[in-house]
Design a protein around this ligand. Structure first.
Ligand code: ZN
Length: 208
């Protein structure tokens, strides 16, 4: 299996005015593409040459280095594009809505916790909604780190690297996070991950 840059699931201008065409073009076409290219280069003539991206990330979770950083960023960005959609956001819909009420108390409490995690993540990183055992949780990770390598199941993510928002929001990360929650969150994707309709995490394969 070769590692490829996945196409965006919507047009470059589809998330405007919340994420501009220019931001999405650079973020997907330059940043994400570079992580994919770097991963491809680093796995050449290694046992990972035909591995899936998820397997490469999981295999390197306990030994972060250049390959983990590139592969995890490639995976995180592919997950990010699906975490957003045009005309998304607002209160959760589908099965996850009840889980949010149960585990956070209310949608507004969920929203406040997500904003706190995304704005307080120091420097570059990611904010996540994950399923931890049987409980929804909000977490954040630094740099390329991803819950994919742990026991939590990622349901949604938001990229809080400056490259994700600086062109549109400059230093105002809070405005970017708020716009994501109000207008972009893809609840259908979160529901598919929650209910397992879409396999987000394949089991790591044993290697000889
Ligand atoms: Zn990014």
């Amino acid at each position: 299996m070769s590692i490829e840059l996945p196409a965006l699931p919507y047009a470059l201008e589809a998330l405007e005015p919340h994420v501009s065409r220019q931001t999405l073009s650079v973020h997907h076409g330059k940043h994400h593409a570079a992580y994919v290219e770097r991963t491809r280069a680093l796995i050449q003539r290694t046992p990972y040459e035909s591995a899936s991206l998820e397997d490469i990330v999981r295999a390197h979770g306990d030994k972060p280095g250049p390959l983990f950083n590139a592969a995890a960023q490639a995976w995180n960005h592919a997950f990010l594009w699906q975490s957003m959609r045009p005309n998304g956001g607002g209160d959760a819909t589908g099965p996850i809505a009840k889980r949010i009420e149960k585990d956070f108390g209310s949608h507004n409490a969920f929203r406040q916790q997500f904003i706190k995690a995304a704005t307080e993540q120091f420097g570059s990183g990611w904010a996540w909604l994950v399923l931890d055992g049987d409980t929804l949780r909000i977490t954040s990770t630094s740099n390329a780190a991803t819950p994919l390598v742990g026991s939590q199941r990622p349901l949604l993510t938001l990229d809080v690297w400056e490259h994700a928002y600086y062109l549109d929001y400059q230093h105002r990360r809070l405005d970017y996070v708020t716009a994501f929650l109000a207008h972009l969150v893809n609840w259908d994707f979160a529901n598919a991950n929650l209910t397992g309709e879409r396999p987000v995490a394949e089991s790591p394969r044993k290697r000889a």
